[in-house]
Design a protein around this ligand. Structure first.
Ligand code: SAM
Length: 236
């Protein structure tokens, strides 16, 4: 937890007294559920703090974070990066979606237990949810980690983002090829990536990078295509 406090300070996050306590409770509850339901392969607490918490909060280093109010996490799994962000930003609104209902139900229970009031959960596929007016182009920021290659992920995520908002794709370093292959896709969906508009995560043994793609125009109504098509036939 001391390492997490160091990361929060480094990122300039003003956190409340009970913040670290909430993280600890979240980790203990996930690890306890994990004995019955597969939520994470990371069971060592030290590794959990680094690979789940510190990795998730690195987007806090993004200079325009203070302008962001509504956030969606697509393919949240056991709540990453959505829950660690919701813990440090109690005044922002979070929607966490996943196509596996079992995981959604468990993280809903866990978040109630730790008293998170700024998070809602929705079971479904991004391709379907993004066509619902209630969610389409409604978010200032869409975050997503370990869900799909960038071309596919852009089709899942960019339709949720308002024009002027951001899509934060959590990736590893060395994704030049993936990036080059997805350029047409994110542009077609209304995204724009300025050179070097990414946050590097280092200093904690993490070799990760968050690409910050800006939404500069509306996503054409036909995207995302029907569930399953983006993975079968990624936009080129
Ligand atoms: N984001 C979490 C993390 O970094 O630990 C979970 C990553 S897990 C490898 C991928 C998650 O994405 C799974 O929980 C899966 O159910 C979800 N997922 C995959 N495709 C999806 C889709 N089209 N719509 C919504 N969720 C999806």
């Amino acid at each position: 937890m001391e390492k997490l406090a160091r990361a929060l300070n480094l990122l300039g996050v003003n956190y409340q007294e009970d913040t670290l306590d909430k993280y600890k409770k979240y980790m203990d509850l996930v690890l306890s559920w994990n004995k019955r339901v597969n939520l994470t392969s990371i069971t060592d607490k030290n590794e959990f703090v680094t690979k789940h918490f510190i990795d998730s909060i690195f987007v806090c280093g993004f200079s325009q974070m203070h302008e962001i109010n509504k956030v969606i996490d697509v393919g949240t799994g056991a709540g990453f990066p959505g829950i660690p962000l919701a813990i440090v930003y109690p005044d922002k609104e979070f929607l966490l979606i996943d196509s596996t209902n079992k995981r959604i139900k468990i993280i809903y229970e866990i978040s109630r237990e730790i008293g998170l009031k700024n998070v809602t959960f929705l079971h479904g596929r991004a391709e379907d949810i993004a066509h619902n007016k209630k969610y389409r182009e409604q978010f200032d920021l869409c975050v997503s980690r370990a869900v799909a290659k960038l071309a596919v992920l852009s089709e899942y995520c960019l339709p949720f983002v308002k024009v002027g908002g951001w899509f934060a794709a959590y990736k590893s370093q060395g994704i030049e090829k993936e990036l080059a292959e997805s350029q047409n896709a994110y542009k077609l969906l209304g995204g724009h990536l300025e050179k070097n508009n990414s946050i590097s995560i280092d200093g904690f043994g993490l070799d990760h990078r968050i690409l910050m793609i800006k939404k500069i125009k509306q996503t054409p109504a036909k995207y995302p295509r029907k569930a399953g098509t983006p993975t079968k036939d990624p936009l080129k």
